[in-house]
Design a protein around this ligand. Structure first.
Ligand code: TXE
Length: 481
């Protein structure tokens, strides 16, 4: 049985408690590994190693930090097949998705920030002939990085790369549900020659290892991606210690299709934006709003395309919908499908566990892609993040109504707007309360742009120079002339 140990000070180490948590393969329900069930002592050791390494890492020239990060990116690429398979086995996602999205993006994250630090500029301000001001951007020390189970390596690398590129050291706490690619990354980081202690990875539960990190006095910064409720707990522990915190939380993202949209494009993209990664992407468009004149036509095409999605063994290249990450999560999502019926919704498609699954995955946590109509905007199913292969579909009659519907939840992460009328697109995009608005596309990502959510979808922005700004402190130096 594979044992996932902590990676502290360049060494793989067992948890002080000697206790381990089972790691279950979502597609089969079988235990495939056991991971360190770390406690505060393990986090203390990791923070101490990071603090020791910081003294020299902060002085390492940007050129050298860049070379090392590029080496990590190269090693991820050299181990592409193994990492894609590990990610798929651990999360339940189709291996084709891990190969198309997760692993390429992890490579890109390291490469992007490796080069960004070579081009980052800081400002200077001359105060008439009296003074010269210049801004220093300096690393903070030990960054606490907490990542979720839906895009494990993609989101872990999105935090580690800018944190260490900016000169910090880090202690990362991946989700206990999907530790395997983080474990493999630790080995690649050592192989790349990143000095011991710069990157430390501690495995375990949120309540134990996670909280130990968010409340650690020598961790001045926390970057967290996960659920909104947990985000509040992170703030509760980080607040009294005045930590710098970035939260990327849940979403309930509107996908607004106007009658003048390119219908074929809107349907072709709305199927993956609804069900990719089993709907377990915070950016998925889980609330479809379709202008009434094309509502029936859109729905016919959307349902026909969704019906064709291949649900099956995530290891098969042809599989498009894999297993949900855990039995508990599938129960949570099924609970919402049942609730939808109570709230007056009509299940147009799916809602059940698929029957004829291949032998190997009969015990997996699968759920059919599900489309629900007829729900009122105020229902729980239209308000709460379900985070599964479940979307609602609702007609609207005007741009003003679409905007009001889009903005009618406590979330504000992302949105998609489909229309050929670009004046309307600009107007609607400006009016929707979310951190990202895609027009006639979805999940098209330029890593230089600010990324994050409003309202209960998060605090702060990462991405591009926003990440480098988050992972540094700005200092004004004012020199009298
Ligand atoms: O997130 P959690 P989970 C949403 C989605 C999902 C819900 C819960 O709705 O159903 O969050 O998912 C660690 N202090 N998203 O359980 O619990 C935990 O160990 C410190 C959206 O994955 O928030 C894991 O490493 N850390 C999200 C990480 O936090 C704590 C993607 C996330 O776990 C902790 C995933 C605590 N008190 C889920 N409790 C997105 N925005 O992409 C847990 N953790």
């Amino acid at each position: 049985m594979k044992r996932v140990l902590n990676f502290i000070d360049g060494q793989f180490r067992p948890p002080g408690s000697g206790r381990y948590i089972p790691d279950v393969e979502p597609a089969t329900g079988q235990v495939i590994a056991e991971i360190a069930d770390s406690e505060p002592e393990d986090v203390d050791a990791a923070v101490a190693a990071a603090s020791r390494a910081f003294a020299s890492w902060r002085k390492t020239p940007a050129e050298e930090r860049s070379r090392l990060l590029l080496r990590v990116g190269g090693l991820i690429e050299e181990n592409f097949d193994e990492l894609a398979r590990l990610e798929s086995d651990d999360n339940g996602k189709p291996v084709s998705l891990a190969r198309r999205m997760d692993i390429p993006r992890a490579i890109l994250n390291f490469r992007f920030f490796a080069t960004a630090i070579l081009h980052a500029e800081t400002s200077a301000h001359a105060t008439d002939d009296r003074a010269l001001n210049y801004t220093l951007r300096q690393p903070l020390g030990v960054a606490g990085l907490i990542s979720p189970w839906n895009l494990p390596l993609y989101l872990l690398s999105w935090k580690i790369a800018p944190a260490i590129a900016a000169g910090n050291c880090c202690v990362a706490k991946p989700s206990e549900l999907t530790p395997l690619t983080a474990d493999r990354l630790a080995g690649l980081i050592a192989e790349a020659g990143i000095p011991p202690g710069v990157v430390n990875i501690v495995h375990g539960t949120g309540a134990s290892a996670g909280r130990a990190l968010t409340s650690h006095p020598n961790v001045p910064l926390i970057s967290f991606t996960g659920g909104t409720k947990t985000g509040a707990d992170v703030m509760t522990h980080a607040g009294p210690l005045f930590k710098k915190v970035s939260l990327e939380l849940g979403g309930k993202n509107p996908n607004v299709v106007f009658a003048d949209a390119d219908l074929e494009q809107a349907v072709a993209t709305s199927i993956p934006s609804s069900f990719s990664n089993q709907g377990e992407i915070c950016l998925c468009g889980s609330r479809l709003f379709v202008e009434r004149p094309i509502y029936d036509e859109f729905l016919d095409r959307f349902l026909a395309g969704t019906k064709k999605l291949a649900i099956g063994d995530p290891r098969e290249a042809s599989t498009e919908v894999g297993a949900l990450v855990s039995e508990a999560h599938r129960r949570k999502v099924e609970g919402y499908v049942a609730l939808a019926k109570e709230e007056g919704g009509e299940i147009l498609l799916g809602g059940k566990r698929p029957a004829d699954l291949p032998e190997r995955v009969r015990g997996g946590y699968f759920l059919e892609p599900t489309v629900i109509a007829g729900l009122d905007g105020g229902t729980r199913c239209m308000q709460e993040e379900i985070f599964g292969p479940v979307v609602t579909v609702t007609p609207f009659d005007s741009p003003e109504e679409a905007i009001a519907l889009a903005n009618s939840t406590r979330y504000g992460l992302s949105a998609s707007v489909w229309t050929r009328d670009l004046q309307k697109a600009h107007r609607v995009a400006a009016a929707i309360d979310s951190g990202t608005v895609w027009v006639n596309t979805w999940l098209l990502r330029d890593l230089r742009v600010p990324f994050g959510g409003m309202k209960e979808s998060g605090v702060g922005r990462e991405g591009g120079f926003d990440s480098l700004a988050f992972f540094t402190e700005a200092k004004n130096v004012c020199v009298k002339l």
